[in-house]
Design a binder for this molecule. Structure first.
Ligand SMILES: Cc1cc2nc3c(=O)[nH]c(=O)nc-3n(C[C@H](O)[C@H](O)[C@H](O)COP(=O)(O)O)c2cc1C
Length: 285
């Protein structure tokens, strides 16, 4: 069995979760290939794969624009099964409808959706989750990804049903896609802080950043993924009107500390996080 992962990941969360799936699938004897979604990527060889996996981070209750664009570029493939693996910062069912545009495009091309998996991983935008939260989320992913990967290996259906409110929210917040190229022009670098490492240029999936005279220059194709500002080692990039929501620097993803309780879970949507952890094998008292 050959599984092709096409993965968009700005801060590495979706990539890490997809890697858990790939590791398990390999254990079961599957051949896995991972392609990073980038503007200059070669067309992925979907036809030779038995199963396609699309991995993406939820952006404004939707799939990121570059993932939608990739779906538009994929070849027609009658009856090709695909799964979605998505990550988001909050465990809300509001994220359940995020694949709708993607699904519509792929269905028209003959692809058949087999299932969708939703993992909660730390925010790379809005606010920084605590190290304890990151550790719990990572443990939750490690607990569940192997059995979800087994479902892929066995061709089982794992559909995620979205409620009406999730569908409405997705529809309304989709304006973000149209706004980002404009908001992205407000991204700036602090020349005094920048260390000219070029990491932002290298990591931008849209190839929207060009280093000039040792400093990044931001173009017109931003999708707001924050790969640049999150991964900047000098925290030198400000993200315009979204700057109050900026998160900078990799999470530790350590083992959860002994004795964590519900009080260690962030107060914002605490009940939903506690439920998510329980459903992923972590009981907090
Ligand atoms: C532009 C943008 C929009 C986001 N919108 C949502 C959202 O609607 N719901 C949510 O739960 N998380 C949202 N997030 C958080 C990410 O989905 C989350 O941190 C994800 O795990 C990042 O994955 P990555 O590292 O693979 O890019 C958003 C992040 C960004 C940058």
């Amino acid at each position: 069995m050959k599984v092709l992962f096409t993965v968009m990941s700005a801060s590495g969360n979706t990539r890490k979760v997809c890697d858990l799936f790939a590791a398990r699938l390999r254990e079961r004897g599957a051949e896995c290939e991972t392609v990073r979604i980038r503007e200059d990527m070669a067309a992925p060889d979907v036809r030779s794969a038995d199963v396609l996996v699309v991995g993406y981070p939820v952006h404004g209750f939707n799939a990121p624009q570059n993932v939608v664009d990739l779906a538009k570029d994929l070849p027609e493939c009658e009856n090709k099964g695909y799964y979605i693996i998505k990550t988001s910062g909050e465990p809300l069912h509001l994220n359940d409808a995020s694949s709708r545009i993607l699904d519509r495009i792929l269905k028209k091309k003959g692809y058949v959706k087999k299932g969708e998996f939703h993992y909660v991983m730390p925010y790379n935008m809005i606010f920084r989750h605590s190290d304890d939260m990151a550790a719990l989320m990572w443990q939750a992913a490690k607990n569940t990804a192997p059995s979800d990967a087994d479902a892929i290996f066995e061709g089982k259906e794992r559909q995620l049903k979205a409620g009406l409110f999730a569908k409405l929210t997705r529809f309304v917040v989709a304006v973000e896609h149209g706004a980002m190229p404009y908001l992205g022009r407000l991204f700036k670098v602090d020349a005094d802080k920048c260390v000219s490492c070029g990491r932002c240029e290298k990591l931008c999936p849209m190839l929207n950043i060009e280093m000039k005279d040792g400093l990044p220059v931001f173009g017109k194709d931003c999708i707001g993924c924050t790969a640049c500002s999150f991964n900047c080692p000098a925290d030198a990039i400000s993200i315009g009107v979204l700057n109050g929501w900026k998160v900078n620097g990799a999470y530790k993803f350590a083992e959860p500390r002994e004795g964590l309780t519900k009080k260690d879970v962030c107060a914002y949507w605490r009940g939903a996080y506690v439920r998510y952890f329980r459903e992923h094998g972590i009981e907090l008292h």
